[in-house]
Design a protein around this ligand. Structure first.
Ligand code: NAD
Length: 352
């Protein structure tokens, strides 16, 4: 090994496995908490009840009001409730939306968080918060945002519908792919990234075939955890910026946009990042990384064209303009002509 590199690890305790929500009382005791607030979305309120049954008198507030994109007014209302109940810790159960509210509250209060993650988004592994104020989603990074404890209970993911699992899993794969060619890429994170892609790529088709396949669910959740570590440890590049632009400006769904754009972003960067190209292809068991990703997206029944998500052809020009407007690091320079070609192909659903 001849390259020099810097490796930064995020602290955190992880409990992984089927049925591990039963470990919640132990984890609450280890943190010394006695007055916790349980956070879910309305749709997952039943998971909050399940946690409350386990924690009994340690729970003083059940709060099933988390919303997508962490709107500031929701956080403000939750903060008032938190303060009036003298809370000493947060327990969040759900996907990235629920984790978002927990992180926003932890940032304001410094309270410790236990996150029980039920999707493959990976937010629970990062010190990053995407918060929406006055209609604008801003990204904040702070060590208070990083959850202290994460529980990955494989059984809780059995209820995640096949389509959401597939899209959420591709979102996780995107974290690992971009970690392999990130500016801060390093051999330790690359190990995690390769295994994250390998586990998810093998698991997702099995989940789509049978949502109740517990082994496939365990592989996917493990892969999502590894991919979440990648997202929380190194910077992202072209793919994440494009998805942010497309999602934010044209109101396209987060995870599906990731699935469509990823093979094209990989193709754009393949020659500039040959080691990443080889690693992704190998992890997928494919001849080329971009083709392997495109085939995977198709095989798990996800859309391959941005037009199928409702993006208009006349929006391509504006998307290119926004993508070029704020310079950011990428292994290959961001240039108008090839970016226009990339977005056009992704819009049409062409093979990269
Ligand atoms: P989400 O939490 O909204 O969940 C997606 C869908 O899955 C929802 O419909 C939800 O009800 C459903 N769901 C969740 N758990 C379920 C279960 N066990 N059974 C059945 N259905 C279930 O979104 P997400 O995809 O988990 O995360 C996306 C959000 O997280 C975005 O807002 C994104 O910006 C954010 N995110 C943030 C980071 C970060 O580091 N800050 C990282 C990744 C994602």
């Amino acid at each position: 090994m001849s390259d020099s590199f810097t490796y930064v690890a995020n602290p955190g305790r992880v409990v992984f496995g089927p049925g591990t929500i039963s470990r919640l009382p132990d984890e609450v005791a280890i943190l010394g908490l006695s007055r916790v607030m349980i956070i879910t979305t309305e749709a997952r309120a039943y998971l909050g009840m399940q946690a409350s049954d386990l924690l009994q008198d340690k729970v003083v507030l059940l709060y099933p009001h988390a919303m997508m994109h962490t709107p500031w007014d929701v956080t403000e209302t939750a903060l008032r409730a938190l303060k009036s109940h003298d809370i000493d810790g947060l327990v969040a159960i759900g996907g990235g939306s629920t984790t978002g509210l927990s992180k926003a509250l932890a940032l304001q209060t410094g309270l410790p968080q236990i996150v029980v993650a039920t999707t493959y988004a990976g937010s629970e592994m990062t010190p990053i918060l995407g918060e929406t104020k006055d209609g604008i989603k801003k990204t904040l990074v702070d060590k208070e945002i990083l959850p202290e404890v994460v529980i990955y209970d494989v059984e809780l993911t059995l209820g995640l519908p096949a389509h959401i699992s597939a899209a959420s899993g591709m979102n996780a794969i995107a974290h690992s792919v971009e970690a392999l060619y990130a500016r801060e890429a390093n051999p330790v994170i690359s190990l995690l990234a390769k295994d994250g892609i390998r586990m998810l790529a093998r698991a997702l088709p099995r989940i789509v075939a049978d949502e109740s396949d517990l082994n496939a669910r365990a592989d996917a959740l493990y892969g999502a955890w590894l991919s979440g570590i990648c997202l929380g440890s190194v910077g992202m590049a072209l793919h994440h910026k494009l998805c942010h632009t497309l999602g934010g400006s044209f109101n396209l769904p987060h995870a599906e946009t990731h699935s469509i754009v990823l093979p094209h972003a990989m193709a754009y960067n393949a020659n500039a990042a040959p080691a990443a190209e080889r690693a992704v292809a190998e992890a997928l068991g494919a001849v080329s990384a971009a083709d392997g990703l495109f085939d995977l997206v198709q095989s798990i029944g996800l859309p391959t064209a941005l037009r199928d998500l409702g993006m208009k052809e006349e929006d391509i020009g504006r998307a290119v303009e926004i993508a070029l407007s704020k310079p950011y690091w990428n292994p290959r320079p961001i240039e108008a002509e090839p970016i226009t070609a990339l977005i056009t192909k992704a819009w049409r659903g062409d093979r990269p």
